[in-house]
Design a protein around this ligand. Structure first.
Ligand code: NAP
Length: 304
């Protein structure tokens, strides 16, 4: 059993991961800006104020760094773009400084990143060593990974997970499209042919645990299921699983660009991402087909 701290553990990815870690016998604590609001055990930190409760290091052997302002929570104004970037970078810098300047027993650090790092148009089955993109999100991920790289200089094992679209019964993409589908408004975006890299929330949690528990794993891993699907196909699968119609014409790319500005690029991205490296490390996905994953999560949502 290990004591693990998760920055941003209160979020979509962190809360499901916390449950799985606890089931596996680990002791989980979150780093949060508002620990008093948390039911789970949490330590205070505030990357913007460069403040952290050093008690979080007592007996801790792993850090999972997920925290950052939501990329789809607001329109990408210049100020919000700065928040998206700084909320991640300042957190990494604070963690690196804290570990460099204080006694600790941290053996592994896992940093979140995103497949957005490859840009909006990837080669087929884009791998971890492929060229990185130049979009705003690509730059955010590159800067974030660069800050986390300083962890290696402290002699700590570093893993990075470039996460795809997380399918969850509690929020995110599936919930948003599901809400539209419930009103009969689910429609493909652009030409609908863009490849969508997705991952079931439980597979993502298990992937983090795999990296944590396998000392041979280090470096960057794509956190996506082996089979990407087109935007039109995944939207149709969600509507079908909810027993809702799917007949609307696609939302044209130019309409999205007028409505959402630069953020539309993220929605229209064509990203065909490979899961080969994590599979070669011995990880087995439970959900390899998007339809099976969606049906499982929609069933789970009905039970909650
Ligand atoms: N969900 C996805 O589909 C997806 C895909 C690719 C990559 N990712 C990345 O994976 C990470 C976790 O995703 P998630 O969906 O769990 O995110 P989330 O639900 O938005 O949660 C992120 C957590 O970060 C903390 N946070 C929010 N704003 C912050 C700020 N300005 N400064 C410092 N901390 C802040 C919050 O914790 P407190 O309020 O407790 O401090 C929040 O619970 C994120 O970095 C995200 O970009 C997610």
């Amino acid at each position: 059993m290990a004591k693990i701290i998760i920055s941003g553990g209160s979020g979509l990815v962190g809360s499901n991961l916390s449950k799985k870690l606890q089931i596996n016998g680990h002791e989980v604590f979150w780093l949060s800006r508002t620990p008093a609001k948390m039911q789970n055990a949490a330590y205070y930190w505030d990357p913007e104020k460069a403040e952290i409760d050093l008690a979080c290091l007592d007996g801790t052997s792993a850090i999972i760094h997920l925290a950052g302002a939501g990329v789809a929570d607001h329109k990408w104004t210049a100020a919000y773009k700065q928040t998206i970037l700084q909320s991640r970078i300042l957190g990494s810098q604070l963690l690196v400084r804290t570990l460099a300047n204080n006694p600790h027993s941290i053996k592994i650090f896992i940093g979140a990143s995103a497949v957005g790092i490859y840009g909006n148009q990837t080669p087929p089955l884009c791998k971890e060593e492929d060229e990185l993109g130049n979009t705003f999100l690509a730059q955010v991920c590159k800067d974030w990974e660069k800050e986390n790289a300083a962890i290696k200089e402290l002699g700590i094992r570093l893993c990075t997970v470039r996460i795809g679209i997380v399918l969850s019964s509690k929020g995110g993409f599936l919930k948003e499209i599901g809400n539209l589908a419930n009103y009969g408004l689910a429609a493909p975006l652009g030409n609908g042919k863009m490849q969508t890299p997705w991952i079931h929330e439980d597979d993502l949690a298990n992937l983090f645990i795999h990296l944590l528990e396998n000392g041979n794993c280090a470096g960057v891993y794509n956190g996506v299921a082996p089979n990407c699907v087109s935007n039109a196909a995944i939207t149709k699968m969600i509507a079908k699983a909810l027993h809702r119609p799917f007949f609307l014409p696609a939302v044209p790319a130019f309409v999205l660009k007028i409505m959402m500005g630069e953020m539309a690029g993220m929605l229209l991205a064509n990203q065909d991402i490979a899961a080969d490296k994590i599979q070669a490390s011995g990880f087995t996905f439970e959900f390899t087909g998007a339809e099976q994953a969606i049906e499982n999560l929609i069933g789970k949502g009905h039970q909650q």
